[in-house]
Every structure is written in C-alpha cells, then in structure tokens.
Design a protein around this ligand. Structure first.
Ligand code: 5GP
Ligand code: MG
Length: 176
C-alpha cells in the first residue's frame, strides 16, 4: 500500500505540532508542580511513533510503559475493547499521561482510563495526537490534542490500515 498525496498533515506539520504539545505539557506540569516524575503510558501500536517524538520534545524527565487494546477490525469499530498487554509498573500514586494515536468513538481510551483510574494514580491525563469528535460514542475528552479532524480514516505516523502504513512519515487519508 502506498500513501495518497498530498498528505492531510505533512511530516513537518506533525513535527511542529508535536513539539508545541510537548512544550504545553511541560508548562502545565511545571505550573502544577508535577514535573518531577511523569509516567507515559503509550497505547500500542499506533502511538509508538508519536510518543517517541513527544517524549524527546519534552524537558520533563519521563519513564514509559505500554498498554495494548484490541477492538478494531479494518476500519469498523466493533464496540468492545479488550486489554491484551498491561504496563509492568503499577500506576498507583504516579503522575500518569496516557498517550493515544487517535480518539474516535472514545471506547478504547475510556476502557484504558477506567482501568488505570482503578489503580489510584496521583494524577491521570490524556494526550491524543488526533481527535475525531464527530465520531464520539462515549464521553471522553483529551487534555491535549494534536489535530482535530473530520470523519476520515487516516494512515501513517504510526497509524495503520491492516498493519500497513505505520512507517509513513506523514498522515494520509486512506486511499480508496
Ligand atoms: P476508539 O476506541 O476511540 O473508537 O478508537 C481508537 C482506536 O481505533 C485508535 O487507537 C486506532 O487504533 C483506531 N482508529 C480509529 N480511527 C482511526 C483512523 O482514522 N485511522 C487508524 N489507522 N486507526 C483508527
Ligand atoms: Mg489500530
């Protein structure tokens, strides 16, 4: 599968926005006196590229964990979400930032946030590179959003179509 040009967001546009987000998060942590110990939890696999850039743009020292949620086949939401990999460290008492590639129906983030909240983090926030608010089925709002988009299925910069396209440097609307 090859990307369809032009991209929705170029590699340069993404890079600039991710650095802005990183600085925004740094500034918030600083302002709220939480810049000591941040645990990033990246949602596999889609947010791997994003979190790699985000954490290197931040001045705040971070540690990183991963979580894996499944619930999608092709481009359709199946509505149920299963957690198939969990962080190795407990989030109890930690300052946590969940990092998602995209918020669509909101079901994945909702399930993960509930799971993490149950462990009693000191603080829990959500950062999503992309947000499709028109698709929301459950009430979830990100504290940090890279780009808000309409109802397109997008591929690239970590986001896949049937495991293809995660390596594309830019974000493209899925070719027909
Ligand atoms: P939600 O649970 O919010 O409906 O969907 C979240 C997950 O669905 C994302 O983490 C992502 O894996 C997948 N998803 C939703 N919209 C898109 C999209 O436009 N492109 C890709 N590649 N994945 C999407
Ligand atoms: Mg996916």
């Amino acid at each position: 599968m090859r990307p369809l040009d032009p991209p929705l967001f170029s590699a340069d546009q993404i890079a600039r926005r991710v650095v802005e987000l990183a600085h925004e998060i740094d500034a918030d942590l600083e302002a709220k006196g939480r810049s000591g110990d941040l645990l990033l939890i990246a949602v596999l696999k889609g947010s791997v590229v994003f979190v790699a850039d985000l954490m290197r743009g931040m001045a705040t020292p971070v540690s990183i964990e991963f979580i894996r949620a499944r619930g999608y086949e092709g481009t359709e939401s199946s509505g149920n979400v299963e957690l198939t990999y969990l962080p190795e460290q407990s989030v109890a008492g930690r300052n946590v930032l969940l990092v998602e590639d995209i918020l669509d129906t909101g079901r994945t983030a909702d399930v993960i946030l509930q799971r993490l909240r149950a462990e009693g983090p000191a603080h829990l926030a959500l950062c999503a590179l992309l947000d499709k608010p028109s698709r929301r089925e459950v009430e979830v709002e990100a504290d940090y959003v890279g780009f808000t988009i309409d109802d397109f299925f997008v591929v690239g910069y970590g986001l896949d179509y049937n495991q293809q396209g995660r390596d594309w440097p830019a974000i493209h609307v899925l070719p027909e």
